[in-house]
Design a protein around this ligand. Structure first.
Ligand SMILES: [Zn+2]
Length: 341
């Protein structure tokens, strides 16, 4: 679509790339810029050699005609300074100003505003002027998880492009190709958990999340599940992640997701599991006969309870309360005391 638009000289000035985080929206915008800037290809080929200085600058993030703004780590909002400069230099700095300048080496300037949904109204209004009267040849890419999260005035001036989550097979290949994982079974296990996002896949490789996951598997695999002990254990695992309540909530969400994953694997509805986890699953399975339908029923109920806990955590139920009730109910289901929730 882009190639056809470039060939007809019909390329829009604003694009809204929509889809979950970590699936390559910014990467795509960067690639389009690389193709337009490549000195070894003509723009209508929409291809990049990857070798010329322009191509290398784009990849290194140093190309003078590719302007990128993104929300700083740990910030909730995209600072307005990045778009229109600090108060003392309003309109004389920032992305909107830089985009209006003559290109340095390429024939046009390209801007990427990552996480555009985190712009406040003032920022969005500042950007609106640029979108309404874009500088000649300029192209703006905005990324967001949902198009509804962007102000309608901005949205209506951008051409939407929808991005889908990556398939588990693609994630597995990417993890191997990019050297993020060397073991294929391990890569496939991560791919099954990451909901189509390479970013989440990378997070899942963090030692912290791995620690939470193995703690969950260890607790749940015990032959006599101790609700109180598990709840205390989970609580301290989460507190180890940091003091920040948002970080703790995120960790708790992962914890119940891992628990859900544990029961899915027990039920045999997902394939690959990591080596150390496979041992836990086998240990639990060996305690039951393969035709023990009661056990299967209970695992199903436990899985439902995990999904319920995830919803509660996403809806901001207090973390300790949620985990307490969660462990309590898992214990009751395990003892056969709770047949229907
Ligand atoms: Zn090139």
């Amino acid at each position: 679509m882009f190639r056809r638009a470039v060939q007809r000289d019909r390329l829009a000035h604003g694009f809204l790339l929509v889809g979950p985080p970590g699936i390559g929206k910014q990467k795509f915008a960067q690639l389009v810029a690389q193709c337009l800037f490549c000195t070894q290809r003509t723009p209508d080929q929409l291809d990049a050699c990857g070798e010329c200085p322009s191509c290398k600058q784009v990849v290194a993030g140093t190309h003078p005609d590719l302007l990128v703004v993104e929300r700083p780590e740990g910030k909730q909002e995209l600072p307005i300074e990045l778009l229109i400069g600090p108060p003392e230099r309003r309109g004389r700095e920032g992305l909107c100003h830089d985009l209006s300048l003559r290109p340095m080496t390429a024939s046009r300037r390209v801007a990427i505003i990552d996480d555009a949904h985190t712009m406040n109204d003032a920022s969005a209004n500042a950007l609106l002027k640029t979108l309404e009267e874009p500088p000649a040849g300029a192209i703006l890419f905005l990324t967001a998880p949902e198009s509804e999260s962007i102000l309608p005035t901005i949205r209506s001036r951008c051409q939407p492009i929808l991005f889908s989550p990556l398939s588990p097979e693609d994630i597995t290949e990417l993890l191997i190709d990019q050297g993020m994982e060397t073991d294929r079974t391990q890569a496939a296990a991560i791919a099954a958990l990451c909901e189509g996002s390479l970013e989440t896949a990378a997070q899942l490789q963090s030692p912290e999340l791995r620690a939470i996951r193995s703690s969950v598997y260890r607790q749940l695999a015990q032959s006599d599940f101790d609700s109180l002990g598990a709840s205390k254990h989970f609580q301290s695992t989460i507190e180890e992640q940091g003091k920040d309540p948002a970080t703790q909530r995120k960790a708790a969400i992962w914890l119940v997701r891992f628990a859900a994953d544990f029961y899915r694997r027990l039920l045999g509805v997902t394939g690959q599991s990591l080596a150390d986890e496979a041992a836990s699953i086998t240990a639990v399975r060996n305690r039951f006969s393969p035709d023990d339908l009661v056990a299967f029923d209970r695992w199903g109920l436990m899985l439902d309870r995990c999904l319920e806990a995830e919803t509660q955590l996403l809806e901001s139920m207090p973390v300790p309360l949620c985990l307490d009730a969660f462990c309590h109910d898992l214990g009751r289901i395990g003892r056969g005391a709770l047949h229907l929730l």
